[in-house]
Write a protein of this length. Structure first.
Length: 424
């Protein structure tokens, strides 16, 4: 599909063929790099900036595969907090091209997936070496960590990114399997969700209700849970085109699907009647929408469980009914898995990835070819990183949530490869 600019969007899905780096790692490293700077209001401009600073335990990564997360896209115009400009991009994979003084130089050349949450190095968890449980973490391109000496680290819309070595997860060659390796990052959220659901429920549920079940995260969640044995999915959705797109994506899965429009009261009444008869039913909340929060609890079954993942756009406060807790605060807390008592229903927080889920994610992608294929179905290629400014402009002009045909208002996964990979 051609857009009004030079940008061409090509739905590729599971027909993607691996593009691997052939260019040499720069030696010595340059002092200046190119980065796509997004200014408040959404304008995104290619500029030259200094190479990222590095701490002794950091590695310098050259992003080679970058995918656009809906959470980034929703911040292109307003940015985060009081930022005036930033460099976005938190779903990426690439090569380590430099290391801090405490890091083994043998890591140079290793292909890694980036973890965008980076440790503060000061909290009690960090001091114990439990960096994935940092209580004051930073986020690439969004905000600094709680360490007063920290700076806003740039995201992957740049030639280089500096991250703590714990945030560089070896790909173990998944990029060679016709798989876009940055997709390991969002899949990691789902892997952790499945583990917590199974632990808290004592089993993999046979039936699972997902609120926001045709949204971005659901595109990973549904095939992964199906691979773990879930047989029946109740997908509560907003928007017909999102539902139609999800139907196309799940057609090859060995499971039953029931689609419920969150604006259709008759369908909702039927859902409430059926779930009300099933004790201990499991629901996953992905929307973070104020309108739906009361319904999520009302339609839960007796002694059921609600696993919260959804975050409100822009971090706005959306209260969980019957509590004094807003979803954003509840979901993003990092001091263990918290639970809420919602009458007879348990509300359980699940967000982000930990070391265990990263290991499980890479192992699943290495060994399960069908899972790789299913996860790749939403892939839309947008060329190379030289098209990044046009892509951001397109997403903003399309209402951010990708409303133009043939994509409809559904969360296709837009991705680019580094222009360096296209040079011989």
């Amino acid at each position: 599909m051609k857009t009004t600019s030079k940008l061409e969007l090509t739905p590729i899905g599971s027909d993607y063929k691996s593009i691997l780096p052939k260019h040499q790692i720069p030696d010595p490293l340059p002092e200046i790099m190119k980065a796509w700077i997004t200014y408040k209001g959404g304008k995104t401009v290619l500029e030259e900036v200094p190479l990222p600073k590095m701490l002794p335990d950091d590695v310098l990564v050259e992003p080679l595969w970058i995918s656009i997360c809906a959470s980034d896209a929703n911040k292109f115009v307003d940015l985060t907090g009081d930022l005036k400009k930033t460099v976005f991009g938190h779903e990426f994979a690439g090569r380590i091209v430099g290391v801090g003084e405490n890091v083994n130089k043998a890591l140079i050349g290793q292909t890694v997936v980036g973890e965008e949450h980076y440790p503060c190095l000061q909290c009690s968890s960090c001091l114990e070496g439990k960096f994935d449980r940092c209580q004051k973490e930073g986020f690439l391109g969004w905000y600094k960590s709680g360490n007063p000496k920290d700076w806003l680290r740039n995201g992957a819309f740049a030639e280089f990114v500096s991250i703590h070595q714990c945030c560089a997860k070896p790909t173990q060659d998944i990029e060679k399997f016709n798989f876009f390796p940055s997709f390991a990052e969002p899949l990691g959220n789902t892997v952790k969700m499945e583990r917590i659901v199974s632990e808290k429920s004592g089993r993999v549920p046979e039936t699972l209700a997902i609120w926001g079940g045709c949204g971005a995260q659901a595109l990973y969640m549904v095939p992964y849970f199906a691979s773990k044995g879930v047989k029946n999915f109740v997908l509560i959705y907003r928007g017909k085109s999102a539902m139609m797109y999800m139907k196309r994506c799940v057609m090859d899965l060995d499971a039953n699907f029931y689609f419920v429009n969150s604006d259709d009261q008759q369908q909702l009444n039927r859902l409430k009647e059926e779930l009300g008869q099933e004790d201990g039913f499991v629901s996953i909340e992905l929307t973070g929408q104020k309108k739906l929060q009361k319904m999520v609890i009302e339609y839960a079954s007796p002694r059921g469980k609600i696993f919260y993942y959804g975050l409100p756009a822009g971090g706005k406060k959306v209260m969980i009914p019957g509590t004094n807790m807003d979803i954003h605060t509840f979901v993003t807390g990092r001091t263990g898995i918290e639970e809420l008592n919602l009458n007879s229903v348990k509300g359980i927080r699940v967000m982000g990835r930990d070391n265990e889920s990263w290991k499980e994610t890479i192992e699943a992608l290495k060994t399960d070819g069908q899972l790789r294929k299913e996860i790749m179905k939403p892939l839309v290629m947008a060329g190379t990183t030289e098209n990044m400014g046009d892509l951001v402009e397109y997403l903003i002009n399309s209402g951010v949530r990708y409303k133009q045909e043939p994509y409809g208002p559904r969360p296709a996964k837009f991705a680019v490869v580094s222009e360096k990979m296209m040079k011989k």
